[in-house]
Design a protein around this ligand. Structure first.
Ligand SMILES: Cc1cc2nc3c(=O)[nH]c(=O)nc-3n(C[C@H](O)[C@H](O)[C@H](O)COP(=O)(O)O)c2cc1C
Length: 234
């Protein structure tokens, strides 16, 4: 037996010892799937349907065909020092989406948070136009130059992050292209950020992606819950 196998057996035993001793009949009924037995659509429905609501990055880039904008909901913040974000792209009719082509070409992009007021304009940017079409103009967005990057910023968006490429990961069979970038300049509509750098999420008013074609959500309900200190935790 290899060292790895015996280590794994020890962990299995440990896990078994700590499993709650509740009769199965008292637990919620569950259904489980081995992803190896599922096709792309089935995997997408299970994963994309559960990891919700997903934030949406409206990403602007520039390349030889001009400026480009497209929304991506496989998107999140990664961490700070430096501030970092990621979004992930899969092929559609284009093996390489214009956003990816442009990021590969000039390593710069701007991530915008989409507020409820901008949802229809964002949706225009998702149309599978030929590369020559400027979705920003088609959608009727107003643009301003970046401070540190060349792609245009959409002035209408409440939060705009100028980004420089750190790395593109190519993952899976599809494949997915995961773009990781450093935020090199932050811009906000002035009423949504206070002097202590807190963002007012009600004023930001972001939309999020739910599962199924065309389903979205807004922040219409929110609550506060602090982590209990160790001496008060069960
Ligand atoms: C809300 C929303 C979220 C989307 N999320 C993604 C995503 O995470 N990854 C992706 O590859 N495409 C996503 N799309 C589709 C792209 O926006 C679409 O393919 C777009 O035309 C790509 O444009 P481009 O070729 O100009 O880069 C999303 C579309 C919408 C409306």
């Amino acid at each position: 037996m290899s060292g790895f196998d015996s280590h794994s057996q020890t962990l299995s035993k440990l896990s078994e010892q700590h499993m709650s001793k509740v009769p199965e009949a008292e637990l919620p009924k569950s259904v489980s799937f081995d992803p190896d037995t599922l096709n792309f659509d089935e995997q997408y429905k299970l994963l994309g349907g559960s990891v919700i609501p997903r934030p949406i990055a409206l990403v602007t880039t520039i390349g030889p065909d001009g400026p480009n904008a497209a929304p991506f909901s496989f998107f999140n913040a990664i961490g700070m020092k430096p501030p970092m974000v990621m979004f992930s792209m899969s092929p559609n009719t284009k093996a390489i989406k214009d956003t990816l082509k442009n990021v590969q070409a000039n390593s710069e992009f701007v991530v915008h948070i989409v507020s409820d007021a901008l949802k229809e304009k964002m949706n225009i940017c998702a149309v599978d136009y030929p590369s020559s079409v400027n979705e920003i103009e088609r959608a009727g967005f107003r643009t301003v130059p970046g401070v540190k990057v060349t792609p245009p910023r959409i002035a209408d968006c409440p939060a705009q992050f100028e980004c420089r490429l750190i790395q593109i990961l190519t993952l899976g069979e599809v494949p997915y292209y995961v773009v990781i970038g450093e935020v090199v300049y932050f811009h906000f509509h002035s009423e949504i950020v206070n002097s202590r750098h807190h963002i007012d999420y009600v004023k930001l008013d972001p939309i999020g992606r739910l599962s199924g074609a065309g389903a979205y959500t807004r922040i219409t309900d929110h609550f506060k819950m602090l982590i209990p200190p160790l001496n008060e935790a069960p």
